[in-house]
Design a protein around this ligand. Structure first.
Ligand SMILES: CC(C)(COP(=O)(O)OP(=O)(O)OC[C@H]1O[C@@H](n2cnc3c(N)ncnc32)[C@H](O)[C@@H]1OP(=O)(O)O)[C@@H](O)C(=O)NCCC(=O)NCCS
Length: 148
């Protein structure tokens, strides 16, 4: 079965919330945040659809006054991990940022999340700092960026 990458729709909200609950134990996005990202945000909410299942999502936000975009969140459901969907979403996020003439992408990631750090490093992201106690459970964030 092939994976379809597309923009999220309002009817994806229940599945997006299910993924969020499965993938994160703190700092979860709410229904209203997802809704805002679909309808109103200066950014893109992309999803990976595998058959009937919503297997993952990624959010990129743009700034009116800055040319660096922010990867706000990315998540792949447990059963769909290790199949290249995270890489596929990341590549599409980068393509969206390039279309918007962004010169780079930055992100924050928990220091205790080796799978995500490996995904980013493999795709050319470099650490440039950290933010102490960035997450709700006081875990530090690594800051990473990539020039586009
Ligand atoms: C991090 C996450 C998005 C990776 O998605 P994925 O679809 O499993 O990743 P992919 O199969 O596309 O793997 C891409 C690369 O990431 C790295 N990677 C992914 N999972 C890994 C793991 N468990 N251990 C080590 N490296 C890993 C590999 O380097 C892999 O490289 P390859 O393409 O050469 O094999 C996924 O594990 C996830 O959703 N985790 C929970 C939510 C989360 O932590 N989000 C990130 C918030 S910052």
């Amino acid at each position: 079965m092939s994976t379809l990458f597309r923009l999220a729709l309002l009817e994806d909200l229940p599945e997006l919330l299910r993924l969020e609950e499965q993938c994160f134990s703190t700092d979860r996005l709410s229904r209203s945040s997802f809704r805002w990202m679909i309808e109103g945000a200066n950014g893109r909410l992309l999803v990976a659809q595998y058959g009937e299942e919503l297997a993952g999502y990624a959010v990129v936000l743009f700034h009116r006054s800055r040319s660096v975009a922010r990867l706000y969140s990315i998540a792949i459901g447990e059963r769909a991990r290790g199949k290249g969907l995270g890489r596929g979403l990341l590549e599409r996020v980068e393509a969206c940022a390039r279309e918007r003439k962004c010169t780079g992408l930055r992100l924050e990631v928990r220091v205790d999340n080796p799978a995500a750090i490996a995904l980013y490093e493999r795709h050319g992201y470099r650490k440039f700092g950290s933010i102490p106690a960035f997450y709700q459970d006081n875990i530090d964030a690594l800051r990473m960026n990539k020039s586009l």
